[in-house]
Design a protein around this ligand. Structure first.
Ligand SMILES: Nc1ncnc2c1ncn2[C@@H]1O[C@H](COP(=O)(O)OP(=O)(O)O)[C@@H](O)[C@H]1O
Ligand SMILES: [Mg+2]
Length: 311
């Protein structure tokens, strides 16, 4: 029942498990040559709504006409499949031996959750984790995307470091709740992003108040932490997403609220954040191609063999 470790990490096998000072990851570069923007969605801690916002932000970008993918890199606490209503389906493998992402309302989705039994614990660490993430970038047929959103696990551990190494061109979007303690933890995530040279693209404050049906407002998690953090980091504050019951219900039901009820206050705030992201990141393809890999962005990558636990 334990997931098999991916057997091959591709040409950079020798550096798995250790930090590369050179920002390696040539193969993902090529596979992502048609992806214009990679945005890692991170937070200092769990439970701040990172996955919920990732799923809905992707939906909001899709509503704006963008081609969007979501990579669930929270290998231990994956929740993206559930939020998109993608349960037991296993991805197909294309004739080029690439894993075909699942489609959720036009969004391309990949998650370790598609390869393990439901609710199975994933115990990957270090080199195995590095290999799995490399495969998700390198062996997945992401194709032409305006945005690839990556839902990071909480904290500043292995996954973030590995992705930073594989995707030096990625940006980092910070989710925080409004209270000072959360903001302090989120700041650590920002510091980590700085250390690995990922540009922080902005802050979204989640759980920013609750409004009763009668219109009374409660700042359940405090106030202003997101703006403070954004000011401190000198990055845009992209949105304040209130607590609303439909956002939680829809996440549980597998259909992003942005699709289901775009006028819900939380959905509106997320749509505004998506428009903010679009406004600040003009799409110029292919921005991710590096060196020689720019030459044939549409050509298939060399076959590398798939060894995620899909057999
Ligand atoms: N703005 C919000 N309003 C209501 N519920 C929310 C909101 N943001 C997140 N939630 C709920 O909080 C819980 C944790 O969110 P989740 O996205 O899983 O957090 P994380 O990925 O940061 O661990 C989920 O049940 C989610 O539906
Ligand atoms: Mg999550």
């Amino acid at each position: 029942m334990d997931p098999q470790p991916p057997g091959r990490a591709g040409p950079k096998d020798s550096q798995s498990g250790e930090r590369s000072q050179t920002h390696g990851g040539e193969a993902p570069q090529r596979s992502l040559a048609q992806v214009a923007n990679v945005i890692c969605v991170g937070s200092g801690k769990g439970g701040v709504g990172k996955s919920t916002l990732t799923a809905n932000l992707a939906a909001a970008l899709a509503v704006e006409g963008k081609r969007v993918g979501v990579l669930d890199a929270d290998v231990w606490g994956y929740s993206i499949p559930r939020m998109y209503g993608l349960g037991a389906t296993r991805p197909m493998v294309s004739s080029e031996r690439k894993i075909v992402p699942l489609d959720a309302h036009g969004i391309k989705v990949m998650s370790i959750g598609f390869f393990v039994e439901e609710d199975a614990a994933v115990v990957w660490r270090g080199p195995m984790l590095h290999k799995a993430l490399t495969q998700f970038l390198k062996d997945v047929e992401w194709g032409h995307l305006d945005y690839l959103l990556i839902d990071l696990p909480p904290g500043t551990g292995d996954v973030s470091m590995t992705l930073a190494q594989l995707l030096p061109q990625a940006q980092f979007l910070i989710i925080t709740t409004p209270q000072p303690t959360a903001q302090r933890v989120a700041r650590r995530a920002a510091e980590m992003a700085g250390k690995v040279d990922l540009e922080v693209v902005g802050v979204i404050e989640n759980m920013a108040g609750f409004v009763t049906p009668g219109g009374e407002r409660f700042q359940i998690f405090g106030e202003g932490g997101g703006q403070e953090l954004a000011d401190e980091l000198d990055v845009p504050m992209l949105g304040k997403v209130p607590l609303t019951m439909p956002l939680r219900l829809q996440a549980d039901a597998g259909l992003p609220l942005v699709f289901e009820d775009p006028d819900d206050p939380a959905a509106q705030a997320i749509r505004q954040a998506a428009r903010g992201l679009i406004a600040m990141a003009p799409i110029v393809l292919p921005t991710l191609a590096v060196g020689g890999s720019a030459a044939s962005p549409t050509g298939p990558s060399p076959s590398t063999g798939l060894s995620l636990p899909m057999a």
